[in-house]
Design a protein around this ligand. Structure first.
Ligand code: AKG
Ligand code: FE2
Length: 386
């Protein structure tokens, strides 16, 4: 009998805020696509630059520049990235932070320092071409990197065999059957028998923990972030989350910014009506919206739970999507497909309109090593540092 890890390995994928603006030079060559279109936040855009300031005082955030249009890609010149992105190593911040002197972990208290993830760089296309030329990036992985830089997500079809997924899910359900794990009911209609979502089942179910550490998953995440990574959090769900559209960055983020990736695995074919994962391609290039930008105080979560988040953040994001004119995609996955998304990609759970349909899935979140990992909304440091 092959071990669980052997079986996992059997099949690999088929496709494989500067506080002052003056600190940053304007870069005319990297005006973002959003700014080019004269979109809503562009009124605060530094003329001709990639550094944008949301309307609030003393917060300035870097906006991920748009990569060149496909037509401009012809003749892209390979260029060596400043750090080797494909030899997984921890991130070393350009401006060190003394955690011992921090008590409130919110984005506005961190310097806007790099290094930024290599695929968020204006020269990502040249870096990808270089790594491919040097033989460190297979063509299919180079295609994934290009897709990620442009769209803020990638889909890996058929990563896992069905029997393997069934094995993992059976192990999860066995813990529910024996009362060890108790997912909340989260009833979506009266008498809804399908359990709701559970946080961190990997801490109880070794099979889920093994899956989180699967070398193919970890390998792809490390390639996309250009750093060594640690799986951090898992969420299991039998049905639609119907979670409002958000960027994961307000919930969990890093210093330097951008070193989080989320990964969604379909444990069954995901049908329309089941409430598929919804996401907005390229939205990762909009400015990251943290609590401060929408007026959520440092103590809000402690004092009133998620009320302020629902009242301030969610409507703000909804409005932004309308203003920018972003269109959603839905992950109508086949069992075994995987979607990985960028720290700032807008996404959520669409409505479950057919109550006969389930949506069995696991979500994993990964942090790059070496970063300060924290939760902007609750102004707290991640347990990963404990
Ligand atoms: O599964 C979903 O519907 C959304 C999950 C999500 O937003 C997350 O885990 O970050
Ligand atoms: Fe999320």
């Amino acid at each position: 009998m092959k071990s669980f890890t052997d079986r996992l390995l059997q099949k690999s994928p088929t496709t494989d805020d500067a506080t002052t603006l003056s600190a940053r030079p304007a870069r005319t060559e990297n005006v973002t696509a959003f700014a080019r279109k004269g979109l809503a936040w562009a009124e605060a855009h530094v003329p001709g630059g990639t550094w944008a300031v949301p309307r609030l005082k003393n917060v300035a955030r870097r906006v991920i520049p748009a990569p060149p249009a496909a037509a401009d890609m012809v003749g892209v010149q390979p260029k060596a990235p400043p750090r080797p992105p494909l030899t997984p190593a921890p991130v070393v911040a350009d401006v060190p932070i003394d955690l011992a002197h921090m008590t409130v972990y919110r984005a506005e208290y961190f310097p806007d320092a790099g290094p930024h993830p290599w695929l968020d760089d204006p020269e990502a296309e040249s870096f990808i071409a270089y790594e491919e030329q040097e033989g460190r990036l297979k063509p299919e992985d180079a295609a994934l990197c290009r897709y990620w830089a442009r769209n803020g997500y990638v889909i890996l079809p058929g990563v896992f065999e069905h029997d393997l997924l069934d094995h993992v899910w059976a192990a999860y359900e066995a813990k529910i059957d024996t009362g060890v794990l108790k997912p909340p009911p989260e009833a979506q209609f009266q008498g809804d028998p399908v359990p709701g979502r559970l946080l961190d089942p990997h801490l109880t179910v070794p099979e889920i923990s093994d899956l989180m550490h699967h070398p193919v998953l970890l390998g792809k995440v490390q390639m996309l972030l250009g750093a060594s990574c640690t799986p951090f959090q898992s969420i299991s769900g039998h049905k639609a989350s119907q979670q409002a559209i958000h960027s994961d960055s307000i919930h969990m983020t890093t210093y330097p910014t951008g070193y989080l990736a989320a990964l969604w695995i379909a444990f069954e074919d995901i049908e329309p009506g089941s409430g598929p994962l919804e996401y907005y391609p390229s939205s990762h290039r909009l400015p990251t919206i943290y609590s401060r930008e929408v007026g959520i105080s440092e103590t809000a979560i402690r004092e009133s739970g998620y009320q302020e988040f629902d009242m301030k953040y969610t409507p703000y994001i909804r409005k932004r999507i309308e203003e920018v004119g972003l269109a959603p995609q839905h992950f109508h996955a086949r069992k075994g497909d995987v979607l990985i998304w960028h720290a700032n990609l807008l996404h959520g759970g669409s409505a479950r309109t057919d109550f006969t349909k389930t949506r069995r899935a696991l979500v994993f979140h990964y942090f790059a090593q070496g970063c300060v990992c924290y939760h902007d909304l609750s102004a707290s440091l991640s347990r990963i540092h404990v």
